[in-house]
Design a protein around this ligand. Structure first.
Ligand code: ADP
Ligand code: ZN
Ligand code: ZN
Length: 749
């Protein structure tokens, strides 16, 4: 790191060095163009992709940026020099720079912020050879009765670590897991309740060897691998691997990656975040050589270490969520996206990229093959097969001749006794009892958090909503508090209706109500709940996961978390408490999501010797998403859904851009939205683009910000961007409120 100049932001910049060159820098700030800076000769030759710090705007603060151009012609006005060079050699090579530029253009997002998001800030800063670690320094019975929630969590984490023989914990992980700040932890050390120490950093190991193949491939798998063989030799190609749940897709990934690694090339495997805490990962680690796993529990030092290993070409395989698609693999030979239909691949803060689509772009820029795998491919990917852009490969059967689980749709209205608030109907209750009698395990899906979704007054119709978000608040049994799921604020449950002093009613359903019902109906069953209220750290997830694997639990009750890629051999019954929670969301993908969710969660049943049974409760048994999921009929569901999307000219037959206008003032946001919509209409006049709105967004207020939207729909990709991308700076600046452009939005509320 070289710090060559004092800050010169207020003083006029001095021309110290006549031999200095002029470079273009994409600054990580909310600006749409790049800026020129002086590059003094003393810094050596500038290189595209090098990260730097520059003074930007007012004040002394230095802002990060990336060199995008090394031969700018000096303009007429005096330039500021680059303040600091972070990387001696570029972190972003030419192909990643090109990818960043594409993301900035396609997703209409500033280049500086995009490039910054592509390199973790810890990379290149790992000079630290020591790290702080924490030990528990007091016995459980000595803990004071009055402890802050965060403090208690710190102590709990350390106690747990001691029990599991993994004490001490690094300060960073302890902060991450407990949610406590550095100061909170230091205060506990000051009270001698914990002890802090420093030790040399431990780096993860990249295991050189890969385990043997545990079983021979079946014919379907052999067929798919043979088809991939040619493609792995090189050149861009995109294969959609549609394999039913339990068909052995992971095995295909493993073999393909090994082949690439054997040719001294690197592979990137993207997985949904949650899969990194499950046995998927263990299986991959055991079978693949030199795997770098970029999970969220890594310390900065570990992450930086992995990036170096990837950049040096030592790591053969990168496994990680979304952002792993930016891993600096220079010898890239293959990209795989598992569960490609997952909406979590879309980033919901800037840059709002879709990791699957970025992966396809990266593969094409790097001229390497890519495989997208799913049991329920997205309609976007399926349509790309129809257009001849992707090649389809199928694994239509489960491994080892296992049958597909048997789905039974039950109509809730016929199932529940009148006058009783019950969520588990007769059929499901009966099947659960039988399953428990046989000593087998059950997974229950209830895709709504909390206990009751409404608190309202039956007399005057008053309803409890969040003061900051205009959404109903959800009652949580465990805390006896109401909570807003948009801003996470909590409040006490009012005793009376504030409007008429009448008695309040708790209404609707949530996972905690199911939990209560389980305790009543199956008092002896060992139940764990898995939702974002109970799973606040990857470690908690791991704990429940391990207990269920070990047969220490009978019932796993969870939100969509339990639908994703879990492989438990002793689960023979899956119950979907309500298929309607996702069906009724006002989003054109509601049907597709419901279908995916049912098929995915059903796929958790019967993965070993037990026959799998699935009970789906619904009030909408005739909906194709529900009825066709019951028959595992992806083809028919997809055909019907594609036909209606074509009719309505919706994705994948069109491309959407959603503008969100945000402001704390409700009148201003409306004004801004009207003006923005007018500008958009005039800019897009004559283009094949439909403009809808302005209108209030589905959720009109989140965290005190009012939200309006304008929706643009074009028939072809890139039409909107071509016209609007060059106008974004003006559009944003002219708008009196905050503007977000979300290209290919997956969330429309
Ligand atoms: P998917 O990802 O398609 O749901 P997995 O790859 O998780 O399926 O495979 C399901 C299970 O079957 C895993 O436990 C895996 O080890 C096993 N398996 C995969 N291929 C075979 C095979 N050819 N023979 C026997 N078992 C297999
Ligand atoms: Zn009232
Ligand atoms: Zn709120």
């Amino acid at each position: 790191m070289a710090k060559l100049f004092e800050d010169t932001s207020d003083a006029p910049p001095q021309q110290i060095d006549p031999s200095a060159r002029v470079v273009g820098v994409a600054v990580n700030a909310n600006v749409w163009r790049t800026f020129d800076y002086l590059w003094p000769a003393a810094l050596g030759d500038p290189l595209v992709g090098q990260r730097v710090k520059v003074s930007f705007g007012r004040g002394d603060r230095k802002t990060g940026g990336v060199v995008v151009d090394v031969d700018r012609t000096p303009g007429s006005h005096a330039l500021k020099p680059v303040a600091e060079v972070i990387d001696a050699s570029p972190q972003l090579d030419a192909s990643l720079m090109a990818l960043g530029q594409w993301i900035s253009d396609y997703y209409m997002t500033p280049l500086g912020g995009t490039l910054a998001a592509m390199v973790p800030s810890a990379v290149g800063r790992h000079a630290a050879a020591a790290e702080t670690v924490a030990y528990l320094a007091c016995e459980r019975h000595d803990w004071p009765a009055r402890l802050g929630g965060r403090q208690k969590r710190v102590l709990d984490e350390l106690l747990e670590a001691r029990k599991q023989n993994v004490e001490p914990l690094t300060l960073e992980l302890l902060m991450h897991h407990s949610g406590a700040s550095r100061d909170t932890i230091k205060r506990l050390a000051g009270r001698n309740m914990i002890r802090l120490d420093t030790r040399p950093v431990t780096l993860p190991e990249l295991s050189e060897t890969a385990g043997k193949d545990p079983f021979p491939l079946n014919d379907d798998q052999i067929g798919v691998l043979a088809a991939l063989e040619d493609k792995l030799a090189g050149g861009f190609s995109c294969t959609l691997l549609h394999g039913v749940t339990g068909s052995g897709k992971t095995e295909i990934y493993v073999r393909a990656i090994r082949q690439v690694a054997a040719a001294d090339k690197q592979a990137i495997l993207l997985v949904p975040e949650i899969a990194l805490a499950t046995q998927t990962l263990q299986r991959l680690l055991a079978r693949l050589p030199r795997v770098a796993v970029l999970h969220s529990g890594l310390t900065d030092v570990q992450r930086a270490f992995y990036y170096d290993q990837i950049r040096d070409g030592h790591a053969s395989v990168v496994v990680g969520p979304r952002s792993a698609i930016f891993a600096p693999a220079r010898k890239l030979g293959l990209i795989i996206v598992d569960e490609e239909h997952e909406s979590t691949y879309k980033q919901d803060t800037a840059p709002r990229y879709h990791a699957r689509d970025v992966a396809v772009k990266r593969a094409s820029l790097a001229d390497v093959p890519i495989v997208l795998g799913s049991a329920t491919p997205s309609l976007e990917s399926l349509q790309n097969v129809h257009l001849g852009r992707y090649e389809l490969q199928e694994l239509p059967r489960r491994v080892r001749g296992l049958p597909m689980p048997l789905l039974k749709i039950v109509h809730l209205r016929k199932e529940l006794q009148v006058g009783r608030i019950e969520l588990i109907g007769r059929t499901l209750t009966r099947q659960m009892a039988a399953t428990l009698d046989r000593g087998e395990q059950i997974i229950l899906l209830m895709n709504r958090r909390g206990f009751a979704s409404f608190v309202f007054c039956p007399k005057c119709k008053w309803e409890l909503t969040c003061d900051h978000c205009e959404r109903t608040m959800v009652f949580h049994q465990a805390t006896q508090l109401v909570m807003c799921h948009y801003c996470q604020r909590t409040a006490a449950l009012p005793e009376f209706c504030p409007a008429c002093r009448g008695k309040l009613l708790l209404f609707g359903m949530g996972i905690q109500r199911v939990e209560g019902e389980l305790a009543r109906k199956f008092p002896d069953a060992r139940v764990a709940r898995m939702d974002s209220d109970t799973m606040t750290s990857p470690k908690q997830f791991q704990k429940v996961f391990d207990a269920f694997s070990a047969g220490e639990l009978d019932i796993l009750l969870g939100t969509q978390m339990v639908a994703k890629g879990l492989d438990f051999p002793h689960v023979s019954l899956v119950g979907v408490i309500s298929a309607d929670t996702s069906l009724l969301i006002p989003d054109f993908r509601a049907s597709e999501r419901t279908f995916q969710l049912i098929v995915q969660v059903a796929g958790r049943a019967g993965r070993a010797e037990h026959v799998g049974e699935v009970v789906v409760q619904t009030l909408h048994a005739d909906e194709p998403a529900v009825a066709l999921a019951a028959g595992h009929d992806y083809e028919q569901f997809a055909a019907g859904e594609l036909a209606s999307r074509r009719e309505a000219k919706l994705p994948p037959f069109a491309r959407m851009v959603r503008f969100i206008i945000r402001d704390r003032q409700s009148t201003k946001v409306e004004q801004s939205a009207i003006q923005l919509a007018e500008r958009l209409r005039s800019l897009l006049a004559g283009a094949e683009v439909r403009v809808f709105g302005p209108q209030p967004a589905g959720v009109i207020k989140i965290r005190d910000q009012f939200r309006w939207q304008v929706l643009l729909i074009a028939e072809t990709a890139g039409t909107i961007q071509k016209i609007l991308r060059p106008q974004m700076e003006t559009l944003c600046r002219a708008c009196g409120s905050d503007v977000i452009a979300d290209v290919d939005p997956v969330n429309l509320i």
